[in-house]
Design a protein around this ligand. Structure first.
Ligand SMILES: NC(=O)c1ccc[n+]([C@@H]2O[C@H](COP(=O)([O-])OP(=O)(O)OC[C@H]3O[C@@H](n4cnc5c(N)ncnc54)[C@H](O)[C@@H]3O)[C@@H](O)[C@H]2O)c1
Length: 350
């Protein structure tokens, strides 16, 4: 059944892929984004380039409002314009390193922005929410694979991760206090890849924080080599192992979460891990990417990064059981699709 879905941060990487899946599924989509980390609409256009391309892929139109969640009145105005059924809240600042340098900016944007959104939703009586959370809430994993019962908030080493943990707590408290709230926390592992069309993808500002965009920029010749932070971890090849998930699988996870939240027996706040359950090392990723793009990727082994752990892998059994969702796209497709996006758009959306 088609719903009216308001997507905060929908012009970003995960957001644009999610909006494609929502439109394809027949939902009406309203995006709000201040484009702090997305290319803005060029002169004469209403939509940011990512959303122009989303419309092209889906063959459907969407609504867009350029605004910050910090502007409460602007949010009220958007909610008064549409009969929103459910909100997918992706808008956040997400660079871990930057969050250490600018904690106040991160707490203000991610927590105040979320509070504004929740308050306005309460006022207008829209009480269904899907929140982009992160595996970072598990801190240094106490056991693997990490399932949703794993303790959260312990050993979270940076302000970005703290904002996700605090937002989760606020949402849990809210749904305890007001039984009408229905909230799904989606704990993403490491989103990579791009839509198969090559039209949308991750377009990082400046030096990429994440491994795959970095490898991809080395492959296209924008950076000389990949720094591999440590090869003396207790893993099969000594490099860090993470659970990477194709962004289209992740996007589909949001669509199935909408179905879940509208089930009559859904209540309170529920968390689901979205990953693959499989660990991939840094060197495995470099090799796979090199095969996908047909180029040698140079890399240098350098010292470990503070705060990094050897392995983080998800248990995704709960999402499989309760959402009927499972990631289907493997390592090769993650690399192939990233490379298609990068080679078709060497300078991203600009
Ligand atoms: N990409 C990852 O590795 C990853 C992993 C775990 C969780 N997440 C979470 O998923 C969500 C989406 O991540 P992404 O990778 O697509 O990031 P992104 O930066 O590409 O997208 C976030 C979008 O939110 C917008 N935004 C930020 N602050 C805003 C504000 N105050 N008002 C309106 N818009 C605002 C940005 O302009 C951007 O378009 C974020 O909440 C992020 O923390 C991402």
């Amino acid at each position: 059944m088609g719903r009216v879905v308001l997507v905060t941060g929908g012009a970003g990487y995960v957001g644009s892929h999610t909006v494609v899946e929502l439109l394809k599924a027949g939902h009406t989509v309203v995006v709000v984004d201040n484009c702090v980390n997305a290319a803005k609409a060029t002169e004469g256009n209403v939509l940011p380039p990512a959303l122009e391309r989303v419309q092209k892929i889906a063959g459907k139109t969407l609504h867009f409002h350029e605004l910050s969640l910090l502007n409460r009145q602007a949010l009220v105005n958007v909610f008064s314009k549409y009969k929103v059924d459910v909100v997918i809240h992706l808008a956040a600042l997400k660079a871990v390193g930057e969050s250490v340098e600018k904690p106040l900016a991160y707490y203000a944007n991610n927590i105040t922005g979320t509070l504004n959104l929740l308050e306005v939703m309460s006022e207008v009586g829209v009480k269904r929410l899907i929140f982009s959370s992160s595996a970072t809430v598990y801190g240094v994993p106490q056991y693997l694979p990490a399932d949703e019962k794993h303790p959260t908030g312990v050993g979270v080493t940076n302000p970005y991760g703290q904002t996700k943990y605090v937002c989760e707590q606020i949402m849990k408290d809210l749904s305890i206090a007001d039984k009408e709230w229905r909230i799904v926390l989606l704990r993403y592992f490491n989103p990579v890849g791009s839509h198969e069309s090559g039209l949308i993808g991750e377009d990082p500002n400046g030096i990429p924080n994440n491994l795959v965009p970095y490898i991809s920029q080395v492959a296209i010749g924008r950076r000389p080599h990949v720094n591999v932070f440590g090869n003396d971890y207790n893993t099969p090849d000594g490099t860090g192992v993470r659970d990477y998930i194709h962004v289209v699988d992740l996007a589909i996870g949001h669509e199935v979460a909408i179905d879940k939240i509208f089930q009559s027996d859904f209540a309170g706040t529920k968390a689901y891990n979205l990953g693959t359950g499989k660990g991939i090392s840094v060197l495995e990723m470099i090799t796979a990417f090199s095969e996908a793009c047909g180029k040698e990727i140079s890399y240098k082994i350098v010292g470990r990064r503070e705060g990094d752990v050897a392995t983080v892998v998800a248990s995704c059994a709960l999402a499989e059981k309760e959402l009927n969702w499972k990631a289907t796209r493997g390592l090769h497709q993650m690399c192939e699709d990233t490379w298609r996006w990068q080679s078709m758009n060497p300078n991203g959306f600009s």
